[in-house]
Design a protein around this ligand. Structure first.
Ligand SMILES: Nc1ncnc2c1ncn2[C@@H]1O[C@H](COP(=O)(O)OP(=O)(O)OP(=O)(O)O)[C@@H](O)[C@H]1O
Length: 277
């Protein structure tokens, strides 16, 4: 793995205004991600994880501080930065292959190249044979695999994943975590994944970024120096997990904070809320 600073987030603060109150979603957050690294971000609900991801991907702006990707200031979305959300967001009227091909929209590739890339990525996520299926014919895990293929198909430099397995059952989740880790090892794409699941963060991350809420800050960055694929039942894994949990509990227990999360969320739908700054 090279040590090029790939994505740098420097002193980033992001505030929102809700009902004339200012919410500081992120305060003075700095993080430097190296090329090919897998960084996971955990934290209680409302601590700014998604805000950080959206800013990094260029889907949000209005922050103070600076975000650079390969040395260039991030000013908006780019084909170099892919994103996968918790819901796969597939178009129900398009087949799996056409949904994946959407990731190549505006990528300037020929029809033949598009076909080749879609086939390759169907294979990569284990959906060969489902190219012509429609989203309603897929299980939740399969749909999320299609979402991941769409995020990867144009070979982004960085793939941002916002709780990609959050809606899946425990068995499918563990399976897809394993698959994502092999895709990452094979494709060498920088990945930044947000999760509520400490096991997932330790299983996948080279480093686990622990965030604390109100205002959202980085509390600690925990390196995970364990060989891959990781053995979740090993004592070394358990030690890192315990460390991350302790770090989270330094602010509040995750369960406790999630129970009060409603208080930190805007009551109005987000598009109706003005951004500060
Ligand atoms: N568009 C927006 N308008 C107003 N407030 C927002 C907006 N986006 C985020 N916030 C607020 O910023 C804070 C951080 O939200 P964010 O969604 O980043 O947290 P999170 O850690 O990803 O939470 P969760 O784990 O529940 O998804 C919250 O208090 C939230 O209400």
């Amino acid at each position: 793995m090279s040590v090029t600073a790939h994505l740098t987030i420097k002193n980033v603060t992001r505030q929102f205004s809700v009902d004339s109150q200012t919410i500081t979603a992120l305060q003075d957050v700095s993080l430097s991600v190296t090329e090919g690294e897998f960084v996971t971000i955990v934290g209680a609900s409302g601590c700014g994880k998604s805000t950080l991801l959206r800013l990094g991907a260029g889907l949000d702006a209005g922050h103070q501080g600076e975000i650079r990707h390969r040395g260039n200031v991030v000013l908006g979305p780019s084909l170099d930065r892919g994103i996968v959300f918790q819901e796969p967001r597939l178009f129900p009227w398009l087949t799996v292959e056409r949904n994946i091909a959407l990731g190549l929209e505006n990528a300037g590739v020929s029809k033949a190249e598009k076909k080749r890339l879609v086939k390759e990525h169907l294979e990569l996520v284990g959906l060969t044979g489902f190219a012509k299926a429609y989203p309603h014919q897929l299980s939740g895990g399969m749909a999320q695999r299609a979402g991941i293929a769409r995020g990867l198909v144009n070979r982004p430099d960085v793939l941002f994943l916002d709780e990609p397995f959050g809606a899946l059952d425990a068995i499918t989740k563990a399976h897809l975590q394993g698959e994502l880790q092999s895709i990452w090892s094979k494709e060498k794409i920088t990945m930044i994944l947000v999760t509520h699941d400490v096991d997932e963060a330790v299983f996948l991350g080279d480093r686990v970024v622990v965030m604390s809420p109100r205002p959202g800050r980085i509390r600690e960055i925990v390196p995970v120096n364990l060989p891959r694929p990781r053995e979740r039942t090993s004592s070394a894994f358990g030690e890192v997990r315990a460390h991350v949990l302790q770090s989270l509990n330094g602010t509040a227990s995750l369960a406790e904070t999630r129970a009060t999360a409603g208080e930190t969320k805007p009551v109005l739908p987000r598009p109706a809320i003005a951004a500060v700054g």
